[in-house]
Design a protein around this ligand. Structure first.
Ligand code: FAD
Length: 372
């Protein structure tokens, strides 16, 4: 790297991948600015629980100097995983979660806690909130120009797109766009479950409960603060509600439709559809074409979902964080920015291709195409 001037590095997106990247750079004395479209750290709830795998998410946290902080917040007991028979709600003998890769040390942490841990580790002012990026132009001299939604621009020696599934940085490198997988998850939640929903809490246990049959699945996972989050998965068109004749905001109508869809399942499992607090939130699943790939362009790269969005089988945040840590390390150790990005991409792209293929196969196994 230039001995007199550190490269100007922009990270677009304050998700787990972008924040790990920024933190590891700062640990090594490298300046970095994170641009985030959300108005503030508390602008929206961050969602459910993530299990951090030893070789990926935890390795990234170690590189960030945050493994002890993570251990203090995480819930090792939530690694528990049980498979239930849809017809009887009996616990079935099971090998373990589809994504464990033989790793036994995979404690869970709420996304919001993980994000706060990372945000608190950065020097004040590193994240520029309410700065939505609308695109990037590689300038041809190895630098990149960020265009913001408010029409302003800023130039950097490296723009790192860590802006998730619908990345505005990706088009500078690739024409790939996420495609609908044919599967929708609908999220539901239960508050104060040990006191208000004790039978359901016992059925779910301390970690994750899964029941699946006929291309339908129910996932329920413990979060902190006595909350259980449920994902109701099924195959169908992205606009399934049109054929079903229900309005997404009409909780009673969505519930009635789901109960019909899961007809014949044990009543204790149907309580996951019947008794939830609040609305049903649709989460149609999208994925980028496999393998993720692009021709190297100086001054711009991607990490995490922006690079390799894949079905959510427990890898996405872990891989995003590993990407962030490895890219930052390369930027610290390689002689120049372009050497660093090439070294990072040469490892990250094949790794992501293999993981994305595994996730696509895992999803097809969990929710086989109808008639398969
Ligand atoms: C239902 C579901 C369950 C999942 N469960 C798991 C799990 O158990 N384990 C796991 O490892 N993964 C899981 N995943 C996947 C995981 O959520 C993602 O892979 C992970 O969040 C990707 O991290 P990221 O940093 O790449 O992007 P993101 O987390 O998407 O962060 C991107 C950030 O960029 C910001 N941004 C977006 N556009 C712009 C813009 N134009 N300008 C500025 N900022 C922008 C966003 O606001 C956001 O803060 C799940 C996903 C889903 C949908």
């Amino acid at each position: 790297m230039n001995a007199t001037r550190h490269p100007r590095i922009a990270v677009v997106g304050a998700g787990p991948g972008g924040l790990v990247c920024a933190r590891v750079l700062q640990r090594h004395g490298r300046p970095v600015t994170v641009f985030e479209r959300e108005a503030s750290a508390g602008a929206r709830p961050q969602g459910g629980s993530l299990d951090m795998h030893g070789g990926t998410g935890q390795a990234a946290l170690r590189a960030a100097g945050l493994l002890d902080g993570f251990r203090a917040l995480s819930r090792p007991e939530s690694q528990e995983w049980r498979l239930l028979d849809p017809a009887t709600a009996a616990v079935l003998p099971a090998q373990g979660p589809p994504d464990d890769h033989g790793e036994e040390d995979r404690p869970e942490i709420d996304r919001g806690q993980l994000r706060d841990l990372l945000l608190d580790s950065l020097t004040a002012g590193s994240v520029r909130w309410d700065r939505a990026v609308s695109g990037v132009t590689p300038l041809g001299d190895g630098t990149g120009r960020l265009l913001f939604a408010d029409g302003t621009t800023e130039d950097f020696d490296l723009v790192i797109g860590a802006d998730g599934a619908w990345s505005r940085v990706r088009p500078a490198l690739s024409d790939a766009v996420p495609g609908y997988t044919g599967i929708t998850f609908i999220e539901a939640g239960f508050d104060d479950c040990d006191t208000r929903h004790p039978d359901l809490a016992r059925m779910v246990g301390a970690g994750t409960m899964v029941a699946g049959a006929d291309s339908k699945v129910l996932f329920a996972q413990r979060n902190s603060n006595d909350h259980i989050r449920v994902y109701i998965g099924f195959r169908g068109p992205e606009d399934w509600q049109v054929a079903a004749g229900v309005e997404l905001g009409d909780t009673a109508a969505v519930r009635a439709h789901l109960l019909t869809m899961f007809n014949g399942w044990d009543e204790r499992l149907l309580a996951l559809l019947r008794d939830n607090d609040g609305a049903f939130i649709p989460r149609p699943l999208f994925a980028l074409p496999v393998p993720p790939t692009w021709e190297h362009v100086p001054g711009v790269t991607l990490l995490g979902d922006a690079a390799h969005l894949m079905p959510p089988l427990g890898l996405g945040a872990n891989l995003a964080m590993l990407d962030g840590a490895e890219l930052a390390r390369a930027l610290v150790t390689e002689p120049g920015v372009d050497d660093a990005v090439r070294a990072y991409e040469s490892v990250m792209l094949p790794r992501s291709a293999e993981a994305a293929k595994g996730c696509a196969e895992g999803l097809a196994h969990l929710l086989p195409p109808t008639g398969a």
